[in-house]
Design a binder for this molecule. Structure first.
Ligand SMILES: Nc1ncnc2c1ncn2[C@@H]1O[C@H](COP(=O)(O)OP(=O)(O)O)[C@@H](O)[C@H]1O
Ligand SMILES: [Mg+2]
Length: 406
């Protein structure tokens, strides 16, 4: 074999090996690229799945945390899904069971059936008397049969596709507020109408039968003045109440010495106390009690409480005002010795126009708004009003509020 031939053979073999190696490498790279691509797809599929799972969890959390009870039922009124508020409303979970196992009201069942049959939404108002009376506005929305999944076929009997969404809105508070407003207007009108009719009656008498009766005129004018004063007091109290309510959420800023405030109120009521043979004493444990407040409003508070104690306390009895400091708070109590207040009335005393004995309150010149005003002022001062009473032995009205901080 000559050298040239041998060299050619070697070069040829080397070239063949190189080609083979290159083609193997090329195949490898292709496979690698494919693998990468598949891996990438896998990753993005997994990310999509993760995202879907997250979205699902978010939707679940949203539905579950929704404060309004929510139910999804199928065409047979079997519950497919309910949220936590729905379960706690009836105190059980009725998922997978008949909707009527949780809600027996025939109006509600009929309404849902109607919505599923007609495909038109509806809403009804329902009262649930137990365990506490609540009113709900219930909206029922139809869910159209899923056309693609169902091949556009009409809904089958026992089809477990969602058919209606039932959402319940608790409107108890709205109705109560509405009722309060209506009662308030009725009360104000009634309170104003009584003295006004009396005024009109006396004016007629003065212009007619009593035209020439000087003595009667004098007496009637006295009564008219009383009635007019009563209307004035009522309007003044109403205005004061609405002003206090408006600023109830702004904390008063001034430094107020309660000893001075109470002393001024007592001084102003001396004649009233003397007329009934009563005494008012103040014991502030030798301290000057200061709070962060609004002096005029705090004056109104004690004016009202001490005035009540003088009105409803026994003649010749004593009204005691006592103040103590404990920790961060100041506590002032106004105690009288009167007929007291029967226990069942205590929780309602601070409602506007609420009186234990309405005739007696009117006779004593009361508007029935005093304690409502007291409560709102005390709230504004971040304080607390408590009432205790021993029928036959008198009542104690106690106010506690934060001390002034230097
Ligand atoms: N110290 C008290 N003793 C007994 N009853 C009281 C006392 N304070 C208030 N009340 C009762 O609470 C009702 C509401 O008080 P208030 O709002 O001050 O109205 P008013 O004094 O104008 O009647 C009074 O009508 C009375 O029945
Ligand atoms: Mg009063």
């Amino acid at each position: 074999m000559d050298t040239t031939f041998a060299l050619g053979l070697i070069v040829g073999a080397a070239a063949a090996a190189a080609v083979a190696w290159m083609s193997i490498k090329l195949r490898d790279e292709k496979a690698h690229a494919r693998l990468q691509a598949v891996r990438g797809e896998l990753y993005s599929a997994r990310a999509t799945l993760d995202e879907a799972a997250l979205e699902h969890a978010a939707a679940e959390a949203l539905v579950d945390r929704l404060p309004a009870p929510l139910y999804l039922v199928d065409g047979d009124l079997v519950v497919l899904r309910g949220n936590a508020a729905g379960a706690s409303m009836i105190d059980k979970d009725i998922t997978g069971r008949d909707f009527s196992e949780g809600f027996r009201q025939p109006e509600l069942i009929d309404a849902i059936t109607g919505v599923i049959e007609t495909g038109e939404g509806a809403s009804i108002r329902l009262e649930f008397p137990v365990p506490v009376e609540r009113a709900y506005l219930i909206s029922i929305a139809p869910i159209a049969p899923a056309a693609p999944g169902n091949g556009g076929l009409p809904r089958q009997a026992h089809d477990s596709a969602p058919a209606a969404l039932i959402m319940m809105l608790d409107i108890t508070l709205v109705l109560r507020t509405e009722q309060l407003r209506a009662d308030f207007v009725a009360n104000v009108s009634h309170e104003l109408r009584t003295p006004l009719s009396s005024l009109i009656g006396f004016i007629e008498t003065l212009r007619g039968p009593a035209r020439d009766d000087l003595e009667a005129q004098d007496r009637f004018l006295g009564i008219m003045q009383e009635q007019a004063d009563r209307m004035y007091r009522l309007i003044a109290d109403l205005l004061s109440l609405s002003r206090i309510e408006m600023e109830e959420h702004s904390t008063p800023q001034d430094k107020v010495n309660l000893n001075d405030v109470i002393q001024k109120v007592i001084d102003g009521l001396t004649i009233k106390a003397m007329n009934r043979g009563m005494t008012v004493t103040m014991d502030m444990a030798d301290r000057q009690m200061t709070v962060q407040g609004d002096e005029d409003q705090l004056t109104q508070v004690f004016q009202n409480l001490i005035d009540n104690a003088l009105k409803y306390g026994e003649k010749q009895s004593e009204v005691k005002i006592a103040g103590v400091e404990s920790g961060e708070r100041v506590t002032i109590s106004v105690r009288d010795h009167g007929a007291g207040i029967p226990r069942e009335h205590l929780p309602r005393l601070t409602e506007r126009f609420y009186r234990v004995d309405a005739a007696r309150s009117r006779e004593l010149g009361g508007t029935g708004l005093g304690l409502a005003i007291v409560k709102h002022i005390v709230n504004r001062h971040r304080g607390k009003l408590t009432v205790t009473s021993e029928p036959g032995d008198g009542s104690t009205f106690t106010i506690s509020m934060p001390k002034w901080k230097e």
